[in-house]
Design a protein around this ligand. Structure first.
Ligand SMILES: *Cc1c(COP(=O)(O)O)cnc(C)c1O
Length: 438
């Protein structure tokens, strides 16, 4: 869009939630508030757009959360028993899967799921690098090799168009991550898996109640994994779950998470406590309403940000019927906007809008090379196999995305329309007054 015209033009306030189509990338005009065009930026000593904070996280109340926790305490039964059973039943029901297994963390859910799917030494797992470190570590911890597939910059998700070229006779699984609660392109990923006889493990650790063609993330592949760590939308401080339909696979997961009992096999111990489940049951009562609010506010924010020079909101894949926004991401172009990203972030923060630059280049994290060089991996793999893994860390689109992302926390989307207006107005204020940052 023409930058000159933008600065003079009045934005038309989006007074209605321009439908959820706005989230899919359709422009809805927006108008800067009067008086905002020429103003001193807060970072230069001006008045911030916002002085109030945003909603805090986590949230709880005496009735639901406290009563449940106290009741577990008084029962004297603190390790895995009927409260965990109840949580598993209800979470499976919520997701539309036949089974759910609660675990201590999202990380142990992923480790349990990889074991249940028989992914191990000699196997290659296709995975995108735009994710939290645990997604990659668990593949190594299983003794398998992560094979990086580059990121689709427009969606922040693994690019299925670059997936098939990475398949070798050793490829065993695809591990798509619904990062930030944005559902991955599951139709294409599942089609590739079927064609090449691969298993699909969804890392849904940021995607509670996200939907793809009306079905929940975590119910779209062979197994799904969730995290309930403190920052997550469904939380009990630390916790996790594996979800799926296949009884034999889920039975293996149950056995693994409890010393291999019931399966006469090697296992670990990752059993959720009754306290964790009690808090989750209380938190679950709010999840749908909070999720709906983030989705509506996310769509509204997209509509307000459209058309600001240098700002490109994320795109959602065709099949996405709900994104849940653990973070709300956009791409920032310093040339289009007129200032480097770091200065934009600092200026926006000074206006009272918490924001960050998203994930770093996990594909280039030193622990990857150190793991490939470790005694274990030297013993398990040939040099050719290790080199093959090494060569895949070149992901130019991911590297570019890591340099251009700007993200807002889920907390910012839990408030009102006026809160979202503040975010957009602060971005517009920084843009209009960008000369002060030169
Ligand atoms: C949080 C998270 C994990 C790990 O979950 P923990 O509960 O912290 O162990 C894994 N993958 C992704 C994408 C996550 O966001």
């Amino acid at each position: 869009m023409n930058t000159e015209r933008f600065t003079r033009r009045q934005f038309v306030a989006a007074t209605s939630l321009g439908s959820l189509a706005a989230a899919a990338g359709q422009a809805v005009p927006a108008r800067a508030r009067a008086g905002q065009v020429a103003a001193k930026l807060a970072i230069k000593g001006g008045t911030p757009v916002r002085t109030r904070g945003f909603p805090g996280w986590p949230v709880w109340d005496p009735k639901h959360d406290e009563e449940r926790v106290v009741s577990v305490l008084r029962s004297g039964v603190w390790s895995r028993a009927r409260v965990v059973d109840e949580f598993e039943r209800k979470y499976a029901e919520l997701l539309g899967t036949k089974r759910c297994l609660a675990t201590t963390h999202g990380t142990t859910a992923l480790i349990t799921a990889l074991d249940a799917l028989d992914v191990g030494v000699g196997d290659e797992v296709l995975v995108g690098p735009y994710t939290f470190v645990a997604t990659i570590s668990v593949i190594f911890l299983a003794g398998a090799l992560p094979i990086m597939v580059d990121t689709d910059r427009e969606t922040f998700l693994v690019n299925p168009a670059k997936m098939e070229e990475k398949i070798t006779p050793n490829t065993k699984a695809i591990l798509p991550v619904h990062i930030y609660g944005l559902p991955a392109d599951m139709d294409r990923i599942n089609a590739i898996a079927r064609k090449h006889n691969l298993v699909v493990l969804e890392d849904a650790c940021q995607a509670w109640l996200a939907e793809y063609r009306g079905r929940k993330c975590g119910a779209l592949g062979d197994l799904g994994c969730f995290s309930f760590q403190n920052s997550k939308h469904l939380t009990c401080g630390e916790g996790g779950a594996v979800t799926g339909d296949a009884a034999a696979v889920m039975d293996r997961a149950v056995s693994y998470h409890n010393f291999g009992r019931g399966g006469n096999r090697l296992g670990s111990k990752c059993r959720m406590t009754e306290f964790q489940a009690a808090i989750l049951l209380a938190q679950m009562q709010r999840l749908e309403e909070q999720t709906r609010r983030r989705w509506e506010n996310g769509a509204y924010l997209t509509s307000k940000l459209q058309g600001i020079p240098g700002i490109t909101p994320h795109k959602l894949y065709d099949g996405v019927t709900r994104a849940v926004y653990h973070l709300y991401p956009l791409r920032y172009d310093p040339e289009g906007f007129g200032v480097p990203r770091s200065r934009f972030l600092a200026a926006l923060q000074a206006e009272g809008i918490p924001c960050g630059g998203g994930y770093g280049r996990l594909n280039k994290a030193p622990f990857i090379e150190n793991t490939l060089r470790s005694r274990n991996f030297q013993r398990m793999y040939s040099k050719a196999q290790l080199d093959h893994c090494r060569e895949q860390i070149e992901c130019p689109d991911n590297d570019a995305l890591c340099a251009e992302a700007v993200c807002f926390s889920q907390r910012l989307l839990l408030g009102t329309r006026a809160d979202i207006d503040d975010i957009a107005n602060a971005v517009i204020k920084v843009y209009e007054n960008r000369a002060q940052l030169a």
